[in-house]
Ligand binder design. Structure first.
Ligand code: NDP
Ligand code: 8X3
Length: 258
C-alpha cells in the first residue's frame, strides 16, 4: 500500500495562503485533495480552478470550522467513499490575533488561537489517525512556526500554540513508532499571505507594512516544503523543517537598562 501513487490528501485552511498553494501542488501532482476551511465560496472557486487546470474528479470541498468537534465528526463521516481513506493530513488552519504585550492582550483572541491552532489541530489528528494506523499508511504534516521556537515581543499566546504543535508532533512520532505513520512539523518564518491581515483585524496598511521593504517567504515556498516532506520514501520521516526568508534572522537578547 505504501507504494500507491495517487494519495488522498486533506488540507485544512485551504481557502488562502499556505493551504491553498499546498492543495494546488498536490492536485497538480495528480493526488485527490480535500480542501477544508470555513469560507465555502473560496473553496468552490479553488475547486473550479484546479479542476480546469489539472482535470476533473480530484478536488472535494469540505466547508468546516476546525474548532468544532461536531463539525469535524459529521463532515469527515460524510466524505464519499472515494475520499474517505485519507493518506496525508496537512494541519494548516491557524491564525495569529494581535501583537499586544500579554498584559494588554485581548483574552478572546487568546481563546480563539488556542481553539484553532491547538484544539483544531489535535481534533483533526485524533479523528484521522485511527484509519491511518489501521491501513499502516499515513502522514500528518503540521504547520508550526518559528514562533514556536523563539520568543518575540507580542508573540505570547500565538508562539505558545506553535510550541504545542512542535511538541505534539514529536510526541505523535513517539506514539506512532511501529505503525508506518509519519509525522512532520513545518516551521516557517515571515511569509506573505493573509496572515497579517487577520492578525491586525483587517487593517491592510498595517499588514502591508510587515512585508514592506523585504522579501518574505511565499505560500509557494511553504507548499514546496510540504510536498518535499510528503514525497520522501516511506522509510524516511522528516521530523521538522524550519525555513526563513534570507532577509530574516535572530536579534540579540533584550536587556532592560535604566
Ligand atoms: P492565511 O490567513 O492566508 O490562511 C489561514 C487559513 O486558515 C485560511 O484558509 C482560513 O480559512 C483557515 N482557518 C482559520 N481558522 C479556521 C477555522 N476555525 N476552521 C477552518 N479553517 C480555518 O494564513 P497562512 O496561510 O499564512 O497561515 C497558515 C498557517 O501557517 C497557520 O497555521 C499560521 O499560523 C501558519 N504560519 C504562518 C506564517 C506566516 O508568516 N504567514 C509563518 C508561520 C506559520 P477560513 O477563514 O476560510 O476558515
Ligand atoms: C508566523 C511567523 O514570526 O509572525 O508564525 O510569528 S511570526
Amino acid at each position: 500500500a505504501s507504494q500507491k501513487s495517487q494519495k488522498t490528501v486533506m488540507v485544512t485552511g485551504a481557502s488562502s495562503g499556505f493551504g491553498l498553494e499546498t492543495a494546488r501542488r498536490f492536485a497538480e501532482k495528480g493526488h485527490k485533495v480535500i480542501v477544508a476551511a470555513r469560507r465555502k465560496e473560496r473553496l468552490e472557486q479553488l475547486k473550479a480552478e484546479l479542476e480546469q487546470e489539472f482535470g476533473q474528479c480530484c478536488v472535494y470541498v469540505l466547508p468546516m470550522d476546525v474548532t468544532s468537534e461536531e463539525q469535524i465528526d459529521s463532515m469527515i463521516d460524510s466524505l464519499p467513499e472515494d475520499f474517505s481513506e485519507i493518506d496525508i493530513l496537512v494541519n494548516n488552519a491557524g491564525l495569529a490575533l494581535g501583537l499586544e504585550p500579554a498584559h494588554k492582550a485581548n483574552l478572546d483572541d487568546w481563546h480563539r488561537m488556542v481553539d484553532t491552532n491547538i484544539k483544531g489541530l489535535y481534533l483533526m489528528t485524533r479523528k484521522l489517525l485511527p484509519g491511518m494506523v489501521e491501513r499502516k499508511l499515513g502522514h500528518i504534516i503540521n504547520i508550526g512556526s518559528i514562533a514556536g521556537n523563539y520568543a518575540y515581543p507580542g508573540g505570547n499566546a500565538y508562539g505558545a500554540t506553535k510550541a504545542f504543535v512542535k511538541q505534539f508532533t514529536r510526541n505523535l512520532r513517539a506514539d506512532l513508532l511501529g505503525t508506518q505513520v509519519r509525522v512532520t512539523n513545518i516551521e516557517p518564518g515571515l511569509a506573505e499571505t493573509e496572515f497579517s491581515l487577520v492578525r491586525f483585524g483587517g487593517d491592510k496598511d498595517k499588514a502591508d507594512d510587515v512585508y514592506k521593504g523585504t522579501e518574505p517567504l511565499t505560500a509557494e515556498d511553504i507548499a514546496e516544503a510540504v510536498i518535499w516532506a510528503a514525497e520522501q520514501p516511506q522509510h524516511v520521516n522528516i521530523n521538522s523543517i524550519e525555513l526563513m526568508p534570507t532577509s530574516q534572522a535572530w536579534a540579540s537578547l533584550a536587556i532592560d537598562k535604566v
